[in-house]
Design a protein around this ligand. Structure first.
Ligand code: ADP
Ligand code: MG
Length: 240
C-alpha cells in the first residue's frame, strides 16, 4: 500500500489482440505536475483516458485518495480535462462555456457568475465573457477550456496535448500561463505531450512512455543526466 494521492496500478489496456498499455504503475503526489512524454502511439492518451473514464482498462486499478475511480462514470469523477481542440461548445458564449460544469452541479446563479468572473481573470480573459468561441484565437480558446476545466475546482486536471495545435510563440506563452495556474491553484496536473522541451519546461516529473510501457519516471534533470536506457537518452537528449 502507498498513501499516494493518485495511484495507477498495473494498468493494462488491450484493443482486441493489440496491447496498447501494460504494466503502468505510477504514484502521483497531491499538487504534482506529472507529464506523460513519448512518441506517437506509445500509450499516453490511452493511460489518460482510463483516468478520465473514457475507456475501461483491461486490468489494473486507479486510486484517488485510496479509492478506486473505476466504478465511477466519467462525468462524476471530478476530473477536469483539456484536449487538443474542439473542446468548447461553439454556440455558447465564453461565460456560458465556463459556467457549464457549475450549472450541471446546480450552483446558484450568483455563485456561477462570481466564479466565471474569477476563472476568466485566472486565465487573463477578463471582458471576453460575451464572445463566442469561434471569434477567439486558438490560444484564447484553450484558455477558456482551461477556465472551464478548473471552474469547479477539481482535484485533478488532465491535459492531452492541449497546445499542439498552436504555433510555437503562442505555445510558449500558454506554457507560462499553465505553470502560473498550477502554482496559483495547487491542482494536480497530468499532462500529455510528445514534445520533450515542453515536458522539461513544465513538469515536476516526467513518465517517459515507449510502446505502451513506462521506460523511466523522474525529474527532467534525472532523465537527462541518468537515463535508464538508450531510448530515454535518445528521446530526452534529442532536441528538435
Ligand atoms: P499516444 O497518445 O501515446 O500517441 P495512444 O494511447 O493514443 O498513443 O495509442 C496507443 C496505441 O493504441 C496506438 O498504437 C494506437 O493506435 C492504439 N489505440 C488507441 N486507441 C485505440 C482504439 N480505440 N482502438 C484500437 N487501437 C487503439
Ligand atoms: Mg495521444
Amino acid at each position: 500500500m502507498s498513501d499516494a494521492f493518485l495511484s495507477i496500478r498495473g494498468l493494462r489496456k488491450e484493443f482486441g489482440s493489440f496491447v496498447a498499455v501494460e504494466e503502468v504503475n505510477i504514484d502521483i503526489a497531491r499538487g504534482e505536475f506529472l507529464t506523460f512524454l513519448g512518441p506517437s502511439g506509445s500509450g499516453k492518451s490511452t493511460t489518460l483516458y482510463a483516468l478520465a473514464g473514457f475507456q475501461q482498462p483491461t486490468s489494473g486499478d486507479i486510486l484517488l485518495e485510496g479509492r478506486s475511480v473505476l466504478p465511477t462514470p466519467s462525468h462524476k469523477r471530478n476530473i477536469g480535462m483539456v484536449f487538443q481542440r474542439y473542446t468548447l461548445f461553439p454556440h455558447l458564449t465564453v461565460a456560458e462555456n465556463v459556467a457549464f460544469p457549475l450549472r450541471v452541479r446546480r450552483l446558484p446563479d450568483a455563485r456561477v457568475k462570481a466564479r466565471v468572473k474569477e476563472m476568466l481573470a485566472l486565465v487573463r480573459l477578463d471582458g471576453f465573457g460575451d464572445r463566442l468561441p469561434p471569434a477567439l484565437s486558438g490560444g484564447q480558446q484553450q484558455r477558456v477550456a482551461l477556465a472551464r476545466a478548473l471552474a469547479y475546482d477539481p482535484p485533478v486536471l488532465l491535459m492531452d496535448e492541449p497546445l499542439s495545435a498552436l504555433d510555437k510563440k503562442l505555445r510558449e506563452e500558454i506554457q507560462i500561463e499553465i505553470k502560473r495556474i498550477h502554482n496559483d491553484t495547487g491542482v494536480t496536473i497530468l499532462y500529455v505531450t510528445h514534445d520533450q522541451e515542453e515536458a522539461l519546461r513544465l513538469s515536476d516529473r516526467i513518465a517517459l512512455f515507449n510502446s505502451g510501457r513506462i521506460e523511466q519516471i523522474g525529474s527532467g534533470e534525472t532523465l537527462y543526466r541518468n537515463p535508464a536506457s538508450r531510448f530515454v537518452a535518445g528521446f530526452i537528449g534529442n532536441s528538435n
